[in-house]
Design a protein around this ligand. Sequence first.
Ligand SMILES: NC(=O)c1ccc[n+]([C@@H]2O[C@H](COP(=O)([O-])OP(=O)(O)OC[C@H]3O[C@@H](n4cnc5c(N)ncnc54)[C@H](O)[C@@H]3O)[C@@H](O)[C@H]2O)c1
Length: 367
Amino acid sequence: MRKVNIGIIGCGNISSIYLENLTRTFANTQVIAVSDFSEERMAAAAETYNIPNQWTAEQILSSEEVELVVNLTTPGDHYRICRLALESGKHVYVEKPLSLSPSEGQQLVELAREKGLLLGGAPDTFLGAGLQTCRKLIDDGYIGQPVAATAFMLGHGHESWHPNPAFYYQAGGGPMFDMGPYYLTALVSLLGPVQTVAGMTSKSFEQRTITSQPHFGKKIDVEIPTHVAGTLRFHSGAVATMITSFDVWSSTLPPIEIYGTQGTLRVPDPNTFGGPIELRPAGASEFKEIPLVHQYAENSRGIGVSDMADCIVNGGVPRANGELAQHVLEIMHAFHTSSDKGVYAELQSSCEQPRPLKTGLVKGYLD
Ligand SMILES: NC(=O)c1ccc[n+]([C@@H]2O[C@H](COP(=O)([O-])OP(=O)(O)OC[C@H]3O[C@@H](n4cnc5c(N)ncnc54)[C@H](O)[C@@H]3O)[C@@H](O)[C@H]2O)c1
């Protein structure tokens, strides 16, 4: 099987699981270069995963060998590096979110289209065994026609554990931009694209106190909404209720539930690849756990990159593609603009519901 040559830009926190899977799990990917401003992090990544080249981002972008750039920098650099990669004739896959603003995201989608290159974006958890089994249950009619859904991510923010949590309370942060991509990508994968969003946001605390080290006791000013609630109408007609919050100490609300004409499906945490899944058909007296019927229940970050590599070699549209990532980015902004303006937000973007994966795949392969 031909392996697609990958250059990774950004060897921070999330990079090790990508390096692990792109060098050891997937059969059609090989990482030929890594890059990071920190020589220490770059060298550690190269040594641990046996990567032959430690290059600058510019060297990766100008290399004739690199076909696909994986952009694992922080959100403020996503647009710039993706744009440079596309202008250099490389396919590019980027961590979430696609960009900071929907207009930047749209420019990337259009640039990739003009250049005939592939653009992909995280998250790819919707390709895991948990969410793929849910997709199959819905597609096979186990809950009838989906009519509604709920999605809840309620917590009290990251200042209790993250060593440097201030950015979560500045522009580009907040619960929707941090966790919304997982929930919304899962919902779009299960129910299709969204047409309209009604949002309401609030900021319950003007300041937060860091209780993690090394900044224990330091106060952070909150510059953005930290409770984001709203309703989504899908093109299919289904209506979902969603809350993402950093203002809630505890809650019993489940991550995602899908309500159909013939039953209810309890969907696993969309920030994971596994289960559990529970189904309660109409008339049944209780929920029953459903076994996962797909491969990739463990942390398979990078599966979207492998799928993209498959499309580079064989043609086709990657599942975790730029249109999907752009649609999710626009939905996240729509909650905020709807709240700010006091009107429904009609979405400009749309996307295809990504193709499901087959059951019974051999680990490391997507076909
Ligand atoms: N950390 C997580 O648990 C996690 C989980 C899911 C998604 N993500 C996403 O992954 C992305 C990266 O997050 P992270 O936590 O790994 O961040 P990080 O800050 O730990 O790592 C980013 C790295 O990119 C490097 N970098 C930035 N610009 C560069 C350039 N031009 N050339 C070379 N290196 C450059 C930085 O030096 C840094 O080491 C973010 O978009 C985040 O939303 C992170």
